[in-house]
Structure formats: C-alpha cells, structure tokens
Design a protein around this ligand. Structure first.
Ligand code: UGA
Length: 448
C-alpha cells in the first residue's frame, strides 16, 4: 500500500469502527480498516458487513468497490495513513471495571509500526474509556513503543462516539456534536480538519476540551440516558397500580417541558445493549476508586435489573403460577432493527420464567442465531411469530419489532391457548386489545 496523505485508518472493526470507516469512505476519504479477526477482514474485503446494521451493507459494498475502503489484519498499514482511530472493544472485568487490554495492545502495536514513520501521525481514541486513559495509559505506551514525542511528531486525541445500534450510519452522518479532547492545538486542529472535510458545510458544533473531559462526556451521556429510562420505568411501575393511569401520557406531558425533553421516556422491560450496563458499571467502579459512591447510578442499574421482575409479575397476574405454563416471548434483541442480544431484557425475563418452571417459546426476526448460542436448548425457538403463539398460555412482547405491531386481537384469539398478552414495550393501543386479557408496562387496569 502506498502512503496516502489525508487518509484514515481505523483499528477495531466492531460496530463503531466499521460504521465509522464506511461513513468516512462514503465521503471519499480513503480508509483502511484493521482488525486481528481474519474472518471479519475477509468479509469486509468482499464488501460484506460482518454484523447487521441498516444501510451498512450497501455503504460498505460501494466503498469497497470504489477502493475507498480496504481492510487488513496488518497493523503496519496504519502508517500509510495520516490519522488512526482506535475503536477496539473495552469490555468489563468481573467486578464491572473496564478492561483496557485491547486498547493497550493496539496502542503498543501501532506505536511500534510508527517508529520508522517520518511524517506527523495523529492517534485518536474513539473507544469508550474511563477518564484519564488517553493521557495515563495510551500516551505513555504510544511514546515508548514509537520512540516519539507525543504532541509533536505524534498527536493524540480523545474523541468519543455517540452512535446507536440500528441507526448507527445516520447517527454518524448527522451527529448533534463532535467532542475532541486534546492536550495540544495541532492534534485538535488536525482532527477538526478531518471532520471539516467529512461534514463540509454541515460540520456540527465541535466541543474542544481536555481528553479527560471528552472521556467523561461519553459516560455522562450514557449514564444520563440510562437514568432517564430507569426513571420512566419507576413511574411506570407506580402508574400500573393506579387504574386509569397510563405512563405514556405521563411521559408525553412531562416531555413537553424542555427541561425534561420527550426522548428516552419510553417505559419498557428495561434497557439492554452492549453499552449502558457496561458503561454504568465502569463509571460506578471508577467513581469508587475516587472514593465517591454514586448512589444515583447504582439505583439506575438496580431499577433496570428489577424491571424484568415487574414484567414477570404482569404475566403471573394474568396466568397465575407459571409452572408448566407455555409462554411465548416475541422479541429477543435488545431493541428493534438489530440482531444484538447483549444485556437484552428478554434474557433476564426468560431466566426468571424458566426459574419459575415455565416453558418458553421464543421468536425474533433477526436475533435467534445469537440467542441460540446463549440459551441453547433451554428455550424452544419458533419460525415466526404466529407459530410462537400457537397454544401459548401467555405472550410477552419483549422487542418493539414493527412486524409484531401487525398482530391483531383476532390473531391472538385464534392462535393462543389462553389469550393473555403482556405488552412490555407498549407496542399496542390498549383500547384495541380489550377482547384479550391484556396487561402492559405502566398501564393501570382494574385490579383483578
Ligand atoms: C447507546 C446510546 O444511545 C448511544 O448514544 C451510545 O453511543 C451507545 O449506547 C454506545 O455507547 O455505544 P445503543 O446501546 O445502541 O446506544 O441503544 P439505545 O438506543 O440507546 O437503547 C438502549 C436501551 O434502552 C435499549 O434496550 C432500548 O430499548 C432502551 N430504551 C431506550 C428504552 O427502554 N426506552 C427509551 O425511551 C429509550
């Protein structure tokens, strides 16, 4: 590969890395995707996405065909580019603290590759990392392995991402802000220039700050969003014990207050996904290391854990004891439009159902292969939503897939053994499902 000034490399072809790379390439910026996983690289080289994300496949195909995106497992190709983003995973350790092994390894290998490079190179930490990681971990490893002075021949920035699974491409193309944490002007300006090329006239607000602030912005953002969800679920649990009260209307009303805002106030079975739980645990752990006990964050997590029990309580209210009951679970993914089941509320609910002796039959349009790996033979998997409902004593809607919205009262009545329906996602208008035994998160009905 020839050195290409102004081109970009991205180390870690997971969600963030791949979507970021495809988006850069879609704007004509030459991008090299790097990963140690050979299968993943093979797929990307063929223009095929190794994970499901709307719009990603077609974007990737175009980028690879036009040779704007190449993929390799040889990290030395990063030196042919001018900027390298680190987007490797930062999983949790058993105690919830962040595991920086991937970041440390990638930094060291990149630094070693940069030893011989003559021209300036910017390294950008995009992975979610606890405050202090860029300066206290990445900086010294990079300096030692590259034998270069950080801030002069090698620049360093922290630049968190805020994209959501399912809308990752559109979030990358239309972010509400860009946060750049840097110790020196050259690093900050070089990255800002890349974003100016990428967004042109539509460059969003750029917040220039210290690496530590940038790193904390990411955690604060996810902690706030998770807290909003646990807050509305708390109100939902109160609301559902008051006949005639609907949490959705409460959310709509309070959301009109601009100090509160209407987004992220959808009550449900609790948040899932690869980020909220992991990041809250990392932030709690980090705060404790600073001798501060973050009660609010612990309550956010506790409320979320408890929400699965609330869903199962709704089921029991309709069916009585769950032993030997056949329960259809519609939806396994942690939200719609993804095959991701990491930390999904469905898994917590299914675990509780099985513990209580229920037989579970589950269906999801995309997530069954992932769910099968985790749940194995403990659960039966149906080929579609209709067959999942056949003969069931109760159905729980766990993920808000649009195809489940199409199921009507008559379908439930025709297929189920007993038409008990728990809408854990508030997918349905309760007034239209009155012919069923209907219960929903945050919807107060007459006590039975
Ligand atoms: C989240 C953040 O929203 C992104 O900004 C962030 O970049 C990302 O984590 C990350 O750190 O990488 P994501 O995990 O993809 O994105 O999913 P969200 O759309 O935030 O949903 C998280 C969970 O909260 C889902 O289970 C969803 O169903 C639930 N949720 C969300 C609700 O129960 N109610 C709501 O009103 C909103």
């Amino acid at each position: 590969m020839k050195p290409r000034p102004g081109s970009v490399s991205v180390i870690g072809m997971g969600y963030v890395g791949l979507c970021t790379s495809a988006a850069f390439a879609s704007k004509g910026i030459r991008t090299v995707g790097i990963d140690i996983d050979e299968k993943r690289i093979d797929l990307i080289q063929q223009g095929r996405a190794p994970l499901y994300e709307p719009q990603l496949d077609s974007m990737l195909k175009k980028a690879v065909t036009k040779k704007l995106l190449t993929a390799t497992n040889d990290i030395s190709h990063a030196t042919d580019t001018s900027l390298t983003f680190l987007t490797v995973g930062t999983p949790s350790r058993k105690d919830g603290s962040i595991d920086l092994t991937n970041i440390e390894r990638a930094t060291e290998e990149l630094g070693t590759a940069l030893r011989e490079k003559q021209s300036y190179h910017l390294v950008i930490v995009k992975s979610t990392v606890i405050p202090g990681t860029t300066n206290k971990t990445v900086n010294p490893i990079l300096a030692k392995s590259s034998s270069k002075t950080i801030g002069t021949s090698v620049g360093l920035c922290a630049n968190p991402e805020f994209l959501k699974e399912g809308t990752a491409i559109s979030d990358t193309l239309h972010p509400d802000k860009i946060v750049i944490g840097a110790n020196d002007k050259k690093s900050a300006n070089t990255l800002k220039q890349l974003y100016r090329r990428f967004y042109g006239k539509n460059l969003p607000t750029v917040i220039l700050t210290s690496p530590e602030t940038a790193e904390l912005v990411k955690y604060a953002s996810n902690a706030f969003l998770a807290t909003k969800v646990s807050f509305i679920n708390t109100i939902a649990n109160i609301a559902q014990s008051i006949p005639g009260v609907d949490v959705n209307q409460v959310a709509e009303a309070i959301g009109r207050d601009p100090r509160i805002g209407s987004l992220f106030l959808k009550a449900g079975p609790g948040y899932g996904g690869s980020c909220f739980h992991k990041d809250l645990q990392a932030l709690i752990n980090f705060s404790e290391d600073l001798s501060y006990s973050p009660i609010l964050l612990r309550a956010t997590e506790g409320t979320n854990e408890q929400q699965a029990e609330k869903v199962v309580e709704l089921v029991e209210k309709l069916t009585g004891p769950l032993d030997q009951k056949r329960i259809a679970v519609l939806g396994l993914a942690f939200k719609k439009d993804t095959d991701d089941i990491r930390e999904a509320a469905s898994l917590r609910v299914i675990t509780l159902l099985l513990k209580k002796g229920a037989q579970v039959i589950a269906y999801d349009p995309l997530a069954i292969p992932n769910a099968r790996k985790q749940l194995g033979e403990t659960v039966e998997f149906a080929k579609d939503e209709h067959s999942a409902l056949k003969g069931a004593d109760c159905c729980i809607v766990m993920t808000e897939w649009s195809q489940f919205e199409k199921l009507q009262t008559k379908d439930y009545l025709a297929l189920m053994g007993t038409p008990n329906l728990v809408d854990a996602r508030r997918l349905y208008n309760p007034n239209e499902y009155g012919a069923l035994n209907f219960a929903a998160v945050g919807f107060g009905t007459q006590q039975q």
